[in-house]
Design a binder for this molecule. Structure first.
Ligand code: CS2
Length: 486
């Protein structure tokens, strides 16, 4: 039986360990969404900041639903191995910035205590696009979202992000404590402003006396976050055991590359994340748009097309010459929709992205990226369509990506085995697309409430989508891809 990683273990010299005495640093951050991405990204930056600049900035990690992350981390004193993998090799480091871990379902009292602690100055989050319960057409709450629905009826026992944050901000005000800064780290355009709009609208419905407080006294800096982090597998745990010599049930793997661009607006203070390479700026939006359209938009295209063409991992997609050409094409088309960003060369950025997608050591499943398309496509692909149209640029790559998504939601098995559709709107999408022809699917999707208005009217775009989708629903994906590149 191999002993578990915890604070008492001596680690091999090859493993990078926290460069600070953990017990000397109090908790200053509560993070909601204790998944692999947080552990690979913000927690690693915080580990660097603590080592270089110190401060009471350790993290209390919270999961809203699953107790797996806290069950893995608690017996390890919050420690876990982060394995960085790329062409230069695999490097293991043990991260010490997570002080405690809780699950709202099983440790509500501890979660509340952490949110109301006087030392808590930042509440950050990675809850994915669907975790917000956002109605994109209004920018406010989606009353149909399960968490929003339940939190509106029981605002004192919140289950979801908006309910929990509004409750905690209200309690802090009653207790005479300053509000915490709310830091969204999800792949949403203008994530800070979006979160602010969401909380203000939630308060309007559930706690009207807090509306002005949230709108005026709470900071919501925007961020662009980037690090490709595959879902953890048994191989990750085995590799961690070999690298550190101990059992680590919380280990994760990620790429070497990481980027964090943050709006400098932290009235309650912040860790010196510059230590990990974070960039602070007054305007994050151009970086967000670039990343969402180039990295994430291309990711979605290659995941839908690649999955249907039988490629399990992103690296396999990149090894397919036809698909790799479509990846370059999508990157170019996305770049053409962007306003210039001083200091950034989009062609270089595209080249770097292709190298990252090619990373032979990262087992990043295309199926993982296919998840939640109805929440992702609006900012990744549709937002680019209206701008490409206005600028007279090519929209074909976006039509191809959209058709590949629609082929995915159709769950057609004419050229592949059955698979699950993982999307918060899976039932509605299945009704729109399963067993339907291309024209029917497109008509239904254009009328769907979650589709951005700006793109639904564009007949020329949807005609292109219909043609490509027809081919994808009637012929093998590999053939459609090959034809697209000729
Ligand atoms: C991916 C992202 O799963 C997905 O949809 O596009 O998680 C992507 O890996 C990250 O945004 C990279 O920073």
């Amino acid at each position: 039986m191999i002993p578990r990683l915890d604070e008492t273990q001596e680690l091999p010299q090859t493993v990078r360990v926290p460069g600070y005495r953990r017990a000397d640093h109090g908790v200053g951050i509560v993070h909601i969404g204790l998944g692999a991405f947080h552990k690979a990204h913000q927690a690693a930056y915080t580990d660097d900041a603590l080592a270089e600049f110190g401060g009471d900035w350790r993290i209390a990690g919270i999961s809203l639903r699953s107790d797996a992350p806290s069950r893995e981390l608690q017996p390890q004193d919050g420690l876990y191995t982060l394995i960085e993998r790329d062409v230069s090799g695999s490097r293991a480091r043990v991260i010490g910035s997570v002080a405690t871990a809780f699950c709202l379902q099983t440790d509500r009292h501890a979660v509340e205590e952490a949110l109301l602690a006087p030392g808590t100055r930042i509440v950050s989050m990675t809850v994915t696009e669907k975790g917000y319960g956002l109605d994109r057409s209004t920018g406010g709450i989606d009353p149909e979202h399960p968490a929003i629905q339940s939190d509106l009826s029981q605002p004192d026992a919140p289950q979801g992000l908006a309910g929990l944050l509004v409750w905690a901000l209200g309690q802090r005000r009653t207790l005479g404590l300053p509000p915490f800064t709310c830091l969204s780290c999800d792949n949403l355009p203008e994530n800070g402003a979006v979160l602010r709009g969401l909380l203000v609208d939630f308060a309007r419905h559930a706690a009207p006396d807090l509306v002005d407080h949230i709108a005026q006294d709470v900071a919501f800096p925007g961020t662009m976050v980037d690090r490709i982090t595959p879902a953890r597998t048994q191989d990750t745990l085995d590799l961690a055991r070999r690298m550190i010599g101990f059992q680590d049930d919380a280990a994760i793997e990620t790429e070497g590359f990481h980027q964090w661009v943050i709006e400098e607006h932290f009235p309650t203070g912040r860790p010196r994340w510059e230590a990990g390479g974070a960039i602070f700026t007054d305007d994050v939006q151009p970086y967000e748009t670039m990343k969402l359209r180039m990295l994430n938009g291309t990711h979605s295209m290659l995941a839908y097309a690649g999955f249907a063409a039988g490629h399990r991992y992103v690296r396999d997609v990149m090894a397919d010459p036809d698909l790799s050409r479509l990846v370059s094409r999508h990157l170019r088309a996305a770049a053409a929709t962007l306003p210039p960003l001083p200091g950034v060369d989009f062609a270089n950025y595209a080249k770097q992205l292709e190298e990252r997608f090619r990373n032979p050591h990262l087992a990043h499943e295309t199926f993982q990226i296919t998840m939640d398309g109805s929440e992702k496509l609006p900012q990744r692909v549709f937002a680019a369509v209206s701008e490409a149209r206005a600028m007279g640029c090519d929209t074909r790559p976006f039509a191809f990506a959209t058709a590949a998504w629609l082929r995915h939601i159709s769950r057609s098995t004419h050229d592949c085995a059955p698979y699950d559709l993982r999307d918060p709107r899976a039932d509605a999408l299945t009704d729109m697309a399963h067993g339907k022809d291309a024209h029917e699917v497109v008509t239904a999707i254009r009328a769907a409430s979650f589709m951005p208005q700006a793109v639904t009217w564009d007949d020329a775009f949807w005609n292109e989508v219909t043609d490509i989708l027809h081919a994808m629903l009637t012929r093998p994906m590999t053939e459609v891809i090959a034809q697209e590149t000729t």
